[in-house]
Design a protein around this ligand. Structure first.
Ligand code: ATP
Ligand code: MG
Length: 315
């Protein structure tokens, strides 16, 4: 079996969304979709679009939504040989509504769907043993115990010199801060790269600010990349910090930007880019990701990234 360079696992979902702003989910109305989604599927799809080999471990149902996900991942070159197609469950779905104040509301059907069936026996040690990079997210550690064990098994199979990235992607509304910290602790400890959004670095470390939290984790030898939406990102290593401004784009749909951004950080490090160059590259990928409706639709190709980098200097 040939192993892809980059592997991730977790929830496979399709997203079905309200086409207009301010259409709540408790009223009848129209939807658009299905769009392939799931935080870690978006991540691997972006890695593949950016030209690196990527593989995914997860579960879909034997249905059209599952086929929609598989076609997209396969079409972009992701290895889906480790995706289980379950006859007894339907593919996970997320319904999304967007509001004028910038907020989003998600209604998930995943715990009882195929996505919620991910289990340690789906993780093949031989598949991971020669991978270079594993990406995990807090959201998949929190779904249920079997998904968490699957993530931890994948972590245990990774070679000692392989890279692990961790994106918390988890909101304190779902679990208490203490629960989140203890669930994620083994992954955060092993992670070489930590990818927090606003509030997460402070939440994980107990420091008063994200900045102090990022510095603390960087002092442990991690690369910490703080995602800052349209403002870009800040990168922290032991003794060095770089702020990289974002790109000007027309934001159509913010969902998935952070996952595509994380994929770009992976690609940048696999290619040996320096901190500043990696930040600029990932900002370009995150910016392009928000320009299309649908969480995975904006994941850019290398050519699109080159064009944006060439057309816009850093702010
Ligand atoms: P999510 O969890 O919603 O996917 P996130 O909070 O993990 O997102 P963001 O900070 O929203 O991550 O986005 C990741 C990166 O994408 C940012 O650091 C930035 O580089 C880029 N980005 C996001 N939104 C925009 C935007 N409107 N304009 C330009 N760049 C953006
Ligand atoms: Mg965001």
């Amino acid at each position: 079996m040939s192993t892809p360079e980059v592997i991730s696992l977790g929830n496979m979902l399709v997203e079905v969304m309200r086409p207009e702003l301010d259409e709540p989910l408790d009223q009848p109305g129209s939807f658009v979709g299905p769009f392939p989604s799931g935080d870690t599927p978006i991540y691997v799809d972006t890695v593949a679009r950016l030209g690196h080999s990527a593989g995914f471990i997860g579960c879909v149902g034997l249905d059209d939504f599952g086929e929609c996900l598989l076609q997209r991942l396969r079409g972009d070159g992701v290895d889906v040989s480790q995706v289980q197609v379950l006859k007894e469950h339907t593919t996970g779905v997320a319904f999304v509504a967007y509001f004028r104040d910038g907020s989003r509301r998600f209604l998930y059907h995943w715990r009882h769907a195929a996505a919620g069936q991910l289990a340690p026996e789906h993780v093949d040690g031989a598949y991971l043993a020669s991978a270079k990079w594993l990406h995990l997210t807090g959201c998949n550690l929190a779904v249920n115990e079997s998904a968490r064990e699957a993530c931890l098994r994948a972590l245990a199979y990774m070679p000692a010199d392989a890279w692990v990235s961790f994106d918390p992607n988890i909101r304190p509304e779902v679990l208490s801060v203490a629960e989140i910290r203890s669930l994620c602790q083994p992954v955060l400890q092993r992670a070489n790269v930590f990818l927090p959004s606003a509030g997460e670095a402070a939440m994980f470390t107990g420091e008063a600010t994200d900045e102090a939290g990022c510095r603390r984790l960087a002092a442990e030898g991690k690369l910490v990349v703080l995602k800052q939406g349209p403002r870009g990102c800040r990168l922290f290593t032991e003794g060095r910090e770089v702020a990289v401004a974002g790109f000007h784009v027309n934001e159509v749909d913010p969902t998935g930007a952070g996952d595509s951004f994380g994929a770009a950080i992976t690609v940048a490090l696999l290619e040996g880019m320096g901190l500043e160059e990696a930040g600029r590259f990932a900002n370009a990928v995150g910016a392009l990701a928000v320009t299309r409706k649908g969480p995975m639709e904006g994941a850019p190709t290398r050519q699109q990234v080159r064009e944006l980098l060439a057309s816009q200097g850093a702010r």
